[in-house]
Design a protein around this ligand. Structure first.
Ligand SMILES: C[S@@+](CC[C@H](N)C(=O)[O-])C[C@H]1O[C@@H](n2cnc3c(N)ncnc32)[C@H](O)[C@@H]1O
Length: 350
């Protein structure tokens, strides 16, 4: 054994353990509004933050020290005060910022709560259905993707597909399949006032939350949420979208075949999938890859295995995996339309 390599590995492990703890601290800080209470306030002592947030001072003090150790807060030893720098505030405190990441950490919290269930799946057929996860997952996933949809969907992703913005501005029919909490549906309804949006998901509790969201946003007259499996939704749509969900499904080929039968003349499929490189070696080096493979192991792949066919693409199938699905389903056109560090957007035409 090479001792230097062992030390290097243990340093990696300790960093990962610290990172895991930090994610739990972000979850509690976000839940309690601690970051929001610090945003723009300058340096605060534990007593001041406890007062501002209505939380227990001793626990707030421990949280502040953990966050300072993680480099999320700046500590001033002279005044015993902690400051949330503006960059961290952008990412952790400002819920409407495009870089808000604090809400999505619940996705990772849910993995610990589902540990026994997923371990059982490893010992058996690999299946864990979406609805059998801890509810933190549903909120976490919606929050993880929300900033991207709010900042990119109608300003960059839809415009990267020729003719779609014009169609939706004039008034079109859109299906958002596997819509979860329906944030993408609401974003489209807000941007395209003449269009009708239909959100479909087979998970009834998510559809309930989606309906509430559309009410709050004042678009419930043009966003229609229905409980429906992805191979059962019906309508005649100018645009059918799959946001970060096709790889989760058991039979993506059967689903996009069904989708073709629900497209209006000239209709388009827009597929948004987690970013991944086409080969494993390059992919393994991406900073986000270990988070993506973890979610894929606990959530995406077991969900696919719980459904008929169980293609189990995983969240890191990348362009080759997705292209194969549309080619097998007989689509004549498939292309990568745009991308961000988190997502790849594809366009498919029947
Ligand atoms: C990772 S979540 C994405 C949710 C949403 N599109 C978003 O971006 O926030 C995957 C969604 O696919 C839904 N789903 C999985 N398999 C499905 C199926 N066969 N039919 C319909 N919905 C399905 C789940 O209920 C879940 O809401």
């Amino acid at each position: 054994m090479d001792e230097a390599k062992l030390e290097a590995f243990l340093a990696t492990f300790i960093a990962d353990m610290g990172g895991t703890g930090t994610i739990a601290m972000v979850a509690v800080g976000n839940e309690l509004g601690l970051y929001e209470a610090m945003d723009g306030q300058g340096a605060m002592t534990a007593a001041q933050l406890a007062e501002a947030s209505g939380c227990n001072e001793r626990l707030v003090g421990e949280w502040l020290d953990q966050q300072a150790s993680a480099g999320y807060l700046v500590f001033d030893a002279e005044t015993s005060a902690y400051e949330l720098p503006p960059e961290q505030a952008f990412a952790l405190a400002q819920r409407q910022s495009p870089g808000f990441v604090a809400g999505g950490v619940l996705t990772y919290a849910s993995m610990f709560m589902d540990l026994d269930r997923v371990a059982d799946a490893f010992r058996g057929d690999g299946a864990v259905a979406w609805g059998d996860h801890h509810p933190s997952l549903f909120r976490g996933v919606a929050e993880f993707f929300r900033p991207g949809y709010q900042s990119m969907l109608t300003t960059a992703w839809i415009p990267s597909i020729e003719g779609v913005t014009e169609k939706l501005e004039a008034g079109g029919r859109v299906a958002d399949v596997g819509c979860g909490h329906g944030i993408s549906s609401v974003v489209m309804a807000q941007a395209y006032g003449a269009s009708e949006i239909y959100g479909f998901d087979f998970h009834p509790p998510s559809i309930d939350v989606a309906r509430e969201g559309a009410e709050i946003a004042g678009v419930s007259d043009r966003v229609h949420f229905r409980v429906a499996a992805a191979d059962e939704f019906t309508g005649e749509f100018d645009l059918v979208c799959f946001f970060d969900c096709l790889h989760d499904m058991g039979d993506p080929v059967g689903i996009v075949e069904h989708t073709r039968s629900q497209l209006a003349e000239g209709g388009i499929v827009m597929l948004v999938e987690p970013f991944a490189h086409g080969d494993r070696v390059t992919n393994h080096q991406r900073p986000l890859a270990r988070a993506s493979y973890a979610a894929s192991t606990f959530i995406c792949t077991p969900n696919s295995l719980s459904q008929p066919v169980g293609r189990a693409m995983g969240a890191q199938a990348g362009e080759p995996g997705m292209r194969a699905v549309f080619e097998e389903a007989g689509y004549r056109h498939f292309r990568r339309a745009s991308e961000t560090p988190f997502n790849i957007v594809y366009e498919a035409r029947a």
